[in-house]
Design a protein around this ligand. Structure first.
Ligand code: BGC
Length: 395
């Protein structure tokens, strides 16, 4: 079995495939600023979550930010478009907003960066949230109409789409933990209903998109928690059950309508583990090696995979460079184990609004001073740049 061959024998070349995509990711609400007609802005006005306000003012500064990404060697970029801007009222699509995103995507092309567009990254237009959001029976249809409208509007400018970012994180934070909009805690029945509606929303969106643009690549972005275990069979069983609940049970519902899968990796949980891990600023184990396990979990779906997010909150920038190198080693090893990986997008290009935690956590390759909006490239970003320039492992 390939898995038992030592990596040194298997992976003599440190190179990545030619044309491999290297870049970083952002999400509209977390960076753009000025979005007031969505559920998170409403929650901020009610004092439930920190105010996002102007954020990184990326809505106005995207060209400057893309210049920096280009200077760091990036040849792709993942962004999301804001549903509340594009469809501010039910059924009314805002041509200016669509034109804005056309301009943004063109700005990427002008800098030699391939756009990867996520159609929805957590925030809901207020009108949709008021209807009950993804609890509402019509949610899949409404989402599919919006998704197809955006893809239609970006015709010829983008060929890589993800419908939904992290459906299970959205559902569990919103209806189980109650930490994210709509802040319902322990609402297990609604959680299951939302999960089912999200799977349907993806599938309906896939069909509607393919009707208007059959040739674009449409996938979903999954946050894979890598549950693993020591040799204890009970621990192995627990890990397998959690992997099923968190990743596979949802993937099984959408895999037939995924041309590709975007993978977000941040977290692992090893049962029966006695190791002590260094912690990131999020308090999470620093365990970039787990990306390999997460990739191997998705291998069974036999799809093109790209890492849509992986990164570290590290305000002092003392861990980030090593963390990135280890992530990249994991991708390289997975490639040699036969996983079809086409790109890697670090989270995040910029420091940004980390949801209920506000602006304190620093994930960016580029530091943002929120008072002045000054950008400063972190040292670790140059380590990533060297990897990109060599298209290879550095060591
Ligand atoms: C989300 C991002 C978030 C990041 C870091 C992912 O779950 O897609 O929006 O900022 O993790 O927590």
């Amino acid at each position: 079995m390939a898995d038992t061959v030592p990596i040194s024998d298997r992976a003599s070349s440190k190179k990545f495939p030619e044309g491999f995509y290297w870049g970083a990711a952002t999400a509209s609400y977390q960076v753009e600023g000025g979005i007031e007609n969505c559920d998170w802005a409403d929650a901020a006005r009610k004092g439930i979550v920190p105010v996002c306000g102007r954020a990184c003012d990326h809505y106005n500064r995207f060209e400057e930010d893309f210049d920096l990404a280009q200077s760091l060697g990036h040849n792709c970029h993942r962004l999301s478009v804001e549903w509340a801007r594009i469809e501010p009222e039910e059924g009314r699509f805002d041509e200016d907003a669509l034109e804005h995103y056309r301009t943004v995507v063109k700005a990427l092309h002008a800098r030699g960066m391939e756009p990867f567009v996520t159609l929805w990254h957590f925030t809901l237009p207020q009108w949709f949230a008021d209807k009950g959001g993804f609890e509402h029976a019509d949610a899949p249809e409404l989402f599919a109409r919006y998704a197809a409208r955006v893809v239609d509007a970006l015709d010829g400018l983008c060929s890589h789409y993800a419908t939904i970012n992290e459906p299970i994180v959205f559902a569990s934070n919103g209806w189980i933990r109650g930490t994210w909009a709509p802040f319902k805690r322990g609402a297990f029945y609604s959680y299951l209903r939302v999960r089912a509606h999200l799977a349907r929303a993806h599938n309906r969106a896939y069909d509607e998109i393919k009707k208007v643009r059959p040739n674009v690549d449409v996938g979903i972005v999954m946050h894979v928690i890598y549950f693993h275990a020591n040799a204890n069979p009970l621990n192995k069983l627990i890990a397998a059950m959690l992997n099923f609940h968190w990743t596979h049970s949802f993937m099984q519902k959408v895999q037939a309508r995924c041309d590709s899968i975007g993978l977000n990796y941040y977290i692992h949980k090893k049962f029966g583990d006695t190791a002590v891990y260094e912690k990131t600023d999020m308090g999470w184990d620093s365990y970039p090696e787990g990306l390999l396990g997460a990739l191997m979990m998705l291998k069974r779906y036999d799809k093109s995979i790209y890492i849509a997010e992986a990164g570290i909150a590290d305000a002092s920038d003392s861990m980030r460079a090593q963390y990135i190198k280890a992530l990249v080693r994991a991708v390289h090893e997975a490639l040699h184990l036969g996983v079809s990986i086409h790109g890697f997008m670090y989270w995040s290009l910029l420091d940004n609004y980390e949801w209920a935690l506000g602006f304190e956590k620093r994930f960016g390759l580029i530091e943002v001073n929120y008072e002045t909006q000054k950008r400063t490239i972190r040292r670790s970003a140059y380590v990533y740049k060297a990897i990109i320039e060599h298209n290879a492992l550095l060591e």
